[in-house]
Each structure stands twice: as structure tokens, then as C-alpha cells.
Design a protein around this ligand. Structure first.
Ligand code: AMW
Length: 154
């Protein structure tokens, strides 16, 4: 069991573990395959990470993103870190968003950032505020699917 901000995350929703990070399926993905890389240590800001943790987060992002792009038939990726509340961070625990992208998925490419900003009331994207949280069963199913692509022994 790891923390993600104030939330306790069950192992069933984790598909990847490195020395300092874990990969988490999203409660409210903005597109299929939108996942998070989270530091095992509960710290809020990117700069709170040690050098080793920061390197591990980027290497984890590299490994996970390759699988996500392939398995969700993406042809590009959006990486995003909202580092602090004024940048749109809603869960006060450092995390990287990995989002597979496809041609035409957003009419205006950068509208994805409106969807990422959960506080944004003037959204143009598919379903921001209305997105309902997924069930634990649905999240487990996705984590089970993704876990087989990684060697998780920690
Ligand atoms: W941030 O606005 O802090 O950059 O992003 C928070 C992300 O965490 C959102 O994509 C949101 O859907 C996701 N999220 C929030 N709570 C949980 C949770 N308990 N499990 C998985 N993902 C979560």
C-alpha cells in the first residue's frame, strides 16, 4: 500500500514499481491509457525529490511511456507535471502524467491541458468535470493488463 497524497492506493491499482517510484492507473483518466508515475515518498514538489529519486522518476517515465504508447496505439505522448497548486496540482504529491496521443484526439491539440486542469470550468475537451471516478474493479483490470509488461520485484 502506497500513499498518493491523502489517498491510500491498493496494490491492485499499481502496475509498476521501481526503487523510488510506482506506476498508478488513473481514477479519472482523460483518455484511455492516461497513467501516473508517483514517488514512493510522499513529497509535494518535484524539487523535494532527491537526485536519485528524480532520476528514477524520469527513467520510470521513459519505460512506462514506451509501453503506454504501444499498448494504447498512440503515435505521440503528452508528459505533464503540475508542480504546485498554482500550476494546477490537485493531489499534493509529486507525480508525472503520461498520456498517449493520437492524430485527431483533440481538435485543438493544447486543449488537453484544459482537461488536465480539473478546476477549469471553461473546458473545451471531452468531459473534464463530468468525468466520474472509475470503479476499483475497472482500475484493477487495467493495472493487471499493464503489470505484465514490467519486471516488478520491489
Ligand atoms: W494533478 O491535478 O494533481 O496534476 O493530477 C491528479 C491526478 O490524479 C488526476 O489525473 C486524477 O484523476 C488522479 N487521481 C486522483 N485521485 C486518485 C486516486 N485515488 N487514484 C488514482 N488516480 C487519482
Amino acid at each position: 500500500m502506497f500513499k498518493f497524497g491523502p489517498n491510500l492506493i491498493p496494490e491492485t491499482q499499481i502496475f509498476y514499481k521501481s526503487t523510488y517510484c510506482f506506476g498508478l492507473v488513473n481514477l479519472k483518466p482523460i483518455v484511455a491509457g492516461h497513467v501516473l508515475v508517483v514517488s514512493k515518498r510522499l513529497v509535494t514538489r518535484f524539487n523535494d525529490l532527491t537526485a536519485e529519486e528524480a532520476v528514477d522518476m524520469m527513467l520510470s517515465t521513459k519505460k512506462i511511456s514506451a509501453i503506454i504508447e504501444k499498448q494504447y496505439q498512440g503515435s505521440s505522448l503528452t508528459f505533464a507535471m503540475q508542480d504546485g497548486p498554482e500550476a494546477g496540482q490537485t493531489v499534493p504529491h509529486v507525480h508525472m502524467h503520461i498520456i498517449p496521443r493520437r492524430k485527431g484526439d483533440y481538435a485543438n491539440n493544447d486543449d488537453i491541458y484544459e482537461d488536465l486542469d480539473q478546476r477549469n470550468k471553461h473546458k473545451k475537451g471531452p468531459d473534464n468535470e463530468e468525468r466520474t471516478p472509475r470503479s476499483a474493479a475497472e482500475m484493477k483490470e487495467e493495472a493487471d493488463f499493464l503489470r505484465v509488461f514490467f519486471n516488478n520485484d520491489e
